[in-house]
Design a protein around this ligand. Structure first.
Ligand code: KIV
Length: 266
């Protein structure tokens, strides 16, 4: 097992020269593949709900499913800090339940920290978690667990009042003890303002180039799906096409009796 990065290591990168790299992973295979990029952070995101489990949004994924997948990611033995996303309704309903659920990610699954999406009254819960020795990453801007009340995946922080609110959210999370903050889907100028307003690293996704780091969903980077993508997604490889072609070639050769040939037989 390599020397693991800690939330304190991540915090110190705020004032460094290099940007922080974060990638999501959902199982042993995606985590092992991500090692090539040496990401500082690997997030077992609740996007797992859609990209690995086939649900329509992030709301259905359960604590048990998140724990199961976090354990698989941890088994890849990465140096990266493994952060587990607290799924919808697992946090913020009661402080006791939140501490208990977050504790499971650390104790049972082996994660190094948890991520929590911003919601009203979350600050005291974050403080409680940190007080119990559980490192927390905040998440502001577009918070997909609020999809039903937000009425869709929309760019946030588009009026001066809303920008002020986001700045307040970031400051409150910092004061409560988070070690970093994901900033999702806000204009570049807002991502910059938030980054300059806090002393913990901001990790942007659709928040422009001025954040201290960036995160992207594994399946988006690798082009695994054909679904409509948000503007902030950059596909770095068409791995989905490659895999589909490989599977089709295999099936064709089996049907035509070309596989297995002599080379692949005993
Ligand atoms: O669930 C997830 O993958 C996330 C990232 C996109 C930040 O929350």
């Amino acid at each position: 097992m390599k020397d693991k990065l800690t939330p304190e290591n991540i915090k110190k990168l705020k004032h460094g020269k290099r940007k922080i790299v974060a990638i999501t992973a959902y199982d042993w295979a995606t985590a092992a593949l991500s090692e090539e990029a040496s990401p500082e952070i690997v997030l077992v995101g609740d996007s797992l709900s859609m990209v690995a489990l086939g649900y329509e949004n992030t709301l259905p994924v359960t604590m048990d499913e998140m724990i199961h997948h976090t354990k698989a990611v941890v088994r890849a033995g990465l140096k990266s800090l493994i952060v587990a996303d607290m799924p919808f309704m697992s946090c913020g309903v009661s402080v006791e339940d939140t501490v208990f659920n977050a504790g499971k990610f650390i104790k049972k699954a082996g994660a190094g920290a948890v991520k929590i999406e911003w919601r009203k009254n979350i600050v005291s819960t974050v403080r409680e978690l940190v007080g119990h020795g559980i490192p927390v990453m905040g998440h502001i801007g577009l918070t997909p667990q609020d999809i039903l009340v937000m009425g869709g995946y929309k760019v946030q922080g588009k009026t001066p009042e809303k920008v002020e609110k986001l700045l307040d959210n970031a400051k409150e999370l910092e004061d409560a003890g988070v070690f970093s903050i994901v900033v999702e889907c806000v204009p570049t100028s807002v991502g910059k303002k938030i980054t300059e307003s806090v002393n913990v690293p901001t990790i942007g996704i659709g928040a422009g180039p001025y954040c201290d780091g960036q995160i992207m969903v594994f399946s988006d980077i690798a082009g695994l799906y054909d679904k409509k993508k948000p503007k902030f997604v950059k596909v770095y490889a068409e791995a989905g096409k490659l895999i589909r072609n490989a599977l089709a070639s295999y099936a064709r050769e089996v049907r035509e009796g070309k596989f297995p040939d002599e080379e692949h037989s005993y």
